[in-house]
Structure formats: C-alpha cells, structure tokens
Design a protein around this ligand. Structure first.
Ligand SMILES: Nc1ccn([C@@H]2O[C@H](COP(=O)(O)OP(=O)(O)OP(=O)(O)O)[C@@H](O)[C@H]2O)c(=O)n1
Ligand SMILES: [Mg+2]
Length: 411
C-alpha cells in the first residue's frame, strides 16, 4: 500500500516546530481494500480511515467537485486512479501540500518547501477559492506563523479579497468560525489573524463588531496607538503572552472594548460608558457564533468591569465587594484571576506599556482571597438564617476587605 505523510506534520517539521496530528494520504486503494487491510472508517463526507494500530488518519487521494456554494457542498471523487499530485493540487497552501514518502523523500510539486524557506503563505491553485473556510485558515496560520516571519502572498490575498466580496463567507457555519477564531486566539500572535482578515475585508463578514473598532479614535494620552482596532490587536497579543494558549482569556481580551464602536461622534475621543455599551454587541456576537458559556460569561464580566479593576484603588470597600458579587466570585473563584489577566492585558497592550507592572491585578486577587476566607459558618449566630445570614456575611466580607487593605497600607 502506497501511503504518504501530508499536511501539518510535514510542514511543522520543516519549520522546526513540534508537529500536531499526523495525516496521511493513500494512493491506489478503494474503501473496500482499506477495510480489508484492517483500517476503520471515520467520517461520512470523506473517505478517511484510521490505522488499526497507530490510530492516525489515512485519507484516500481525492479530487473534489464543487456542487454548491459553501463549505459542505462537495462531491468527493476518490477512485483509485486519482494521483498524489491531483490530491495535492486541491489543497489550500503550498506549505500544506508537501507529501513525504516512507523513506523521507519529499514529493513537493508546488514548491512548498521553497515557500517554507521564504516564509510565504501561498495558495496552491485555482481550487483554493472553492472553500471559504480557507480565508479563515490563512488568518489562523498567520496567527501561528507570523512570529516566524510569514506573510500572505499578494496573489493569495487578492483571492481572499475576491472570496469575501463574492459573499461566500456567509455560507460558513458558526461552529467552524468559532473553531478557527478560538485556535487563533490560542496562537502566539492573534493580532495577525485580525489584521489579515481586516486587510482582505473578511473581518466585516465574520466579526463586524470587531471590524467596527478600526478607525475609531481614543485619547492619545492613554493610547499612543490612537486607533481602537489596533489597541485591541495589541491587547490580544499581550493576552497571548500573559496566558499562552488560553483562548478563554483571549476571547475576553478581543471583546472587552466593543462598546467603543458605539460612542457618539461628538463624545470622541472619550469613550464614556463604553463598558455598558459593549454588552449588547458582545451578546449578539456570542449568540451568532454559539460561543460556549464560560467564554461568554468571562467576556461579559471583563467588558463590564475592566475600568473598575483599573481604578480598584479608588473604589470603596463595599464597592469592591459589589464588584466581586457581580463577577460571581464567591461561587466561581477562578473568575477573578482570569479577570485580572484580561485587565492586565488591556493595560499593557498599548503603546509603550508592554513591560509595565499592573498592581490592580494582584490587589484584586488579594482582596478576593480575603473576602472568600470569610465563611457562612464564621458569621452564623443562633437563629440567624436566610437574608439575615446573607447580610451578616456581606458585612463580614466588607470588613475583611477593609482589613486586608489596611494591612497592606501599614506595611
Ligand atoms: N480547508 C482545508 C482544510 C485542510 N486542507 C488540507 O488538509 C491538511 C490537513 O488539515 P488540518 O489538519 O486541518 O490542518 P493542518 O495543516 O494539518 O494544520 P494543523 O496543524 O492545524 O493541524 C492541510 O494541511 C491541507 O493540506 C485543505 O487543503 N483545505
Ligand atoms: Mg493537521
């Protein structure tokens, strides 16, 4: 049986990165011969099989005919006469269209290895435009590979622009968009995902609430990078630096300032109330992309509270307690460290602030720990229950916050 390693595994090894999943392509076989050789079938759309021992994926070499716009409209043709070159010619990028023989020989008809060297993301051929998901994949690969020096080839960028204007991105299902977005947010440079999509026009189709931030000015004394879209790019990169691989923090970083797009023109460059204004577009975005609950909740919390956290030192003890309650911090204690990270990314993700210290993040966690240490059992006196017990707990927690603050200012 003739099999080749293809795609990410070959590419990542050429780049000197730790390869992810190992995908293979099989030439000259049929589903029947695969099953007879002990492979197990997976997936209904494509002829893909799992190796009986390694569990790695083996796909029959295939060509595809487009039957309808959008990601799902393919008719797969994988008869045993389909060649390796035909299969590779329908793949997305030249760096993903390199096959490796059993003995390590590369089969590279589209000069993918040259593009790995040149650090260029280039489409393989005309079939590129048949799958709108590839616009998002290009942006997601940039989030991972821009730190290595990659750029998108101009001719590929032009095709991505065409695919966007033709309205084909509308066919993408929310689950796939979220999958690409969350993977980009977990990569080293999420800003490259955003700027790539912004540059080809696709951000408007995928994340209009984020696209709307570009060109919105903010106050130069706080933001040397005056454009709000650029600020959000920087915050996402800072979040990726502070919490590597954590798309939960990344998503809250991405969306914390959505309200700035809704500031009335005569109030610019100030953004009074942007924390409140951001909640509605954030809910709409989460609804549309079916964003998982944990991601939505942290993002809403960060959107609503980030200014409060920045000025934590000015808040009264009972106001700090209210903030903690709004964050649901007594039932979900992990929330506070996450919120602190997002706020730190916001503060440090601006021109000239990259290495600044962020004391409010630590202080928030310290005050939260002090309040959390007060238990209902500590304040339960005889006969105290229900609302009265709740009130006693609240007062005791505020006292704990006051004492924690006094202890630190006395040091
Ligand atoms: N829309 C797509 C999806 C996948 N592929 C091809 O299928 C391979 C495997 O896809 P996938 O595992 O999704 O991506 P990888 O390139 O392997 O990258 P990752 O590291 O993210 O797995 C890709 O390399 C590419 O050749 C493609 O051409 N077009
Ligand atoms: Mg892969």
């Amino acid at each position: 049986m003739k099999t080749y390693l293809v795609g990410g595994a070959v590419r990542d090894r050429l780049l000197g990165l730790e390869p992810g999943d190992r995908d293979h392509v099989v030439v000259g076989e049929t589903p029947e011969t695969m099953l007879a050789a002990g492979f197990r079938p997976v997936g209904r759309d494509f002829p893909v099989f799992l190796h009986p021992r390694s569990n790695e994926e083996y796909a029959l070499a295939r060509t595809e005919r487009k039957s309808a716009p959008g990601h799902r409209g393919f008719v797969v043709d994988s008869d045993p006469s389909v060649t390796l070159e035909e299969d590779l010619s329908r793949r997305d990028f030249t760096i993903n269209a390199i096959a490796e023989d059993d003995d390590g020989t590369l089969v590279d008809p589209f000069d993918g290895a040259r593009d790995v060297e040149a650090r260029v993301l280039r489409h393989v051929g005309p079939a590129f435009v048949e799958d709108p998901l590839r616009v998002l994949r290009a942006a997601r690969f940039m989030a991972r590979f821009a730190p290595l020096g990659f750029t998108v080839a101009p001719e590929t960028m032009a095709l991505m622009r065409d695919m966007t204007t033709s309205g084909e991105l509308d066919a993408l299902v929310p689950e796939r968009i979220w999958q690409e977005l969350s993977r980009a947010l977990a990569a080293k440079r999420p800003s490259a995902f955003l700027s790539t999509l912004h540059d080809c026009g696709a951000l408007q189709a995928i994340l209009p609430e984020v696209e709307a931030l570009y060109g919105v000015p903010q106050r130069a004394e706080y933001h040397p990078e005056v454009d709000t879209g650029v600020h959000v790019e920087m915050v996402c990169d800072m979040a990726a630096r502070l919490a590597p691989g954590d798309d939960l923090i990344g998503f809250a970083a991405l969306t914390h300032d959505l309200g700035k797009a809704l500031t009335p023109v005569d109030e610019l460059p100030k953004h009074l109330m942007h924390e409140q204004r951001g909640l509605a577009p954030l809910r709409a975005l989460c609804e549309r992309l079916k964003v998982p609950t944990a991601y939505r909740e942290l993002a809403l919390t960060a959107c609503r509270e980030h200014l409060n956290v920045h000025r934590l030192a000015e808040l009264r003890d009972d106001t700090v307690h209210k903030l903690l309650e709004r964050c649901d911090a007594f039932r979900k204690p992990e929330r506070i460290a996450q919120l602190a990270l997002v706020c730190e990314a916001d503060k440090r993700g601006r021109g000239g602030a990259g290495d600044d210290d962020y004391p409010p993040g630590r202080e928030l966690q310290r005050l939260h720990a002090a309040a959390l240490a007060v238990r209902a059992a500590d304040v339960a006196r005889e006969g105290l229950q229900g609302p009265a017990l709740g009130e006693a707990l609240r007062k005791a927690r505020i006292v704990a916050i006051r004492q924690a603050r006094a202890a630190s200012s006395a040091r």
